[in-house]
Design a protein around this ligand. Sequence first.
Ligand code: CTP
Length: 409
Amino acid sequence: MRVLLGITGGIAAYKATGIIRGFTEAGHSVKVIPTANALRFIGATTLEALSHNTVDSDLYTDVDSVKHVALGQEADLVVVAPASAAFLARFAAGLADDLLLNALLVTKAPVLVAPAMHTEMWQNPATVANVATLRARGVTVLDPASGRLTGADTGPGRLPEAEAIVGLGLSLAAAQGAGILAGKHILVTAGGTQEAIDPVRFIGNRSSGKQGVAIALAAIAAGAKVTLIGANLEVSTSGIANVISVNTAEQLHDQVDLLLASTDVLIMAAAVADYRVANPLPEKIKRSVAGEHLELSLVANPDILAESVLRVKNENLKTTVVGFAAETAGSLERLATLASVKLASKGCHMIVANDVSQGQVFGADHTSAYLLSQTGESALSQGTKQQVASQIVNFVAGQMSAAADILDQ
Ligand code: CTP
C-alpha cells in the first residue's frame, strides 16, 4: 500500500519517525511530504533515510511529472501527523498553496489527521470549527492525547502514540477496500497447543505466537478479513477483531474444520502437538504415588494441515493452504531442501520454512524464512517478525490465483 505522510510544523514533528517506521515495517511504501515549517523541526535527510524515498516538498520542482496531482492520486492512505492548528485552518479552508495541501485536495484515499498543539489552541473556537468542518467532509481527525506539553503545562494536545496512528490508518485503508487481500477471508492459526497430562501439567512447545499474530496483522493491513485461532498465545492480539482461543490440538482441529470452507487462505502457523496423552489423569499425579518411573502413553493428534489439504481436494474448496515447517536446518541450502520435502509430503500450496537450530526463531523478534510454493516460486524473507509477516502475506497474495488450479491437478 502507498502511504502519503504529511508532517507539519510543530515540536512533535520528530515523532513522525515512529509513524514512518510503523508503516514501512508493516511492508508499506511511505512518501513523506513535510511542510516548509516541518523542516525547521526535522531534517529531510532523516525522513529520506527512514522512508527509503526522496523528500521534496517544493510545489515547483519536478513540474513535468505533475507531482501535485500524481501524489494524491496514487496514495492509498494519507496521514498528516502532527497536524498544527495553522494546517487545520488551511485544510478546512481548502487552500492549496503547498504540495501537501494540493495532494490532499486531489486524493480520493482515506485521510487521517492527528493534531498536536497546546491545549488552548486545540480548544480555541476557530480550531474546534475547523476540526468539525474536516470531520463533516469525511476526514478522520484524531483527538490529541492528554499529558505533558512542550512547556511546563499539561492537558490535551499531545500527538497520540505512533502505533495508534499507524493502526488506525491501516484499518481506514482496509475498510476502503485498499490492499492486496481486500475482500478475502484469511484464517491464521498461531501459538502452541498444550496437551494435558493431569490438571496442572501439560506437554507443550516453545511457540509464542508472535509470528502468527504478526501475519494476522499484516493480512488485516492488506485489507483482509482475518480470523485468528490462537493457542496459548504469549503476545497481545490487539488490533485483531476475531480471535478464537483454544488450548489443545483437538480444539484447534475442530475450529479449523468449522471455518475451512468459508476461508480463502488457511495459514497454519501454529505449532501443533503431534501427540496427546492417551488418558490424561483427572487428579494431579503425586510423585509419592507414581514413584521413580512414570510412563505416559501418547496417541497421535489429527494432522490438521494434511486433513485440510485433503478436504480442499475432495470437496473442491477454493481455499489456499499454507503450511509451516520448523526445521533444524543449519544452512539455507538445507532449509530449502527440507522445505521442498515438507511441501511435497504435506501437499499444501505453500510452505514457510523456519530454521530453528540453535534456539533461533521461538519467541525472538527477528526471524528468517524460506517461502516455497507448488508453482516453484521461492523467496527468502529476513527481518523482524512484522517484516517477514508482510513478505509472507505478499507472497501468498501473489501466489493465490496460481494456487487455485494446483490441487485440481
Ligand atoms: N501441523 C498440523 N497438525 C499437526 C502437526 C503439525 O496441522 N498435528 C502443521 C503445523 O501447523 C505446520 C505444519 O503442520 O503448519 C508442519 O509441522 P511440522 O513442525 O513440520 O511437524 P510435522 O508435520 O509433525 O513434521 P515432522 O515430521 O517434521 O515432525
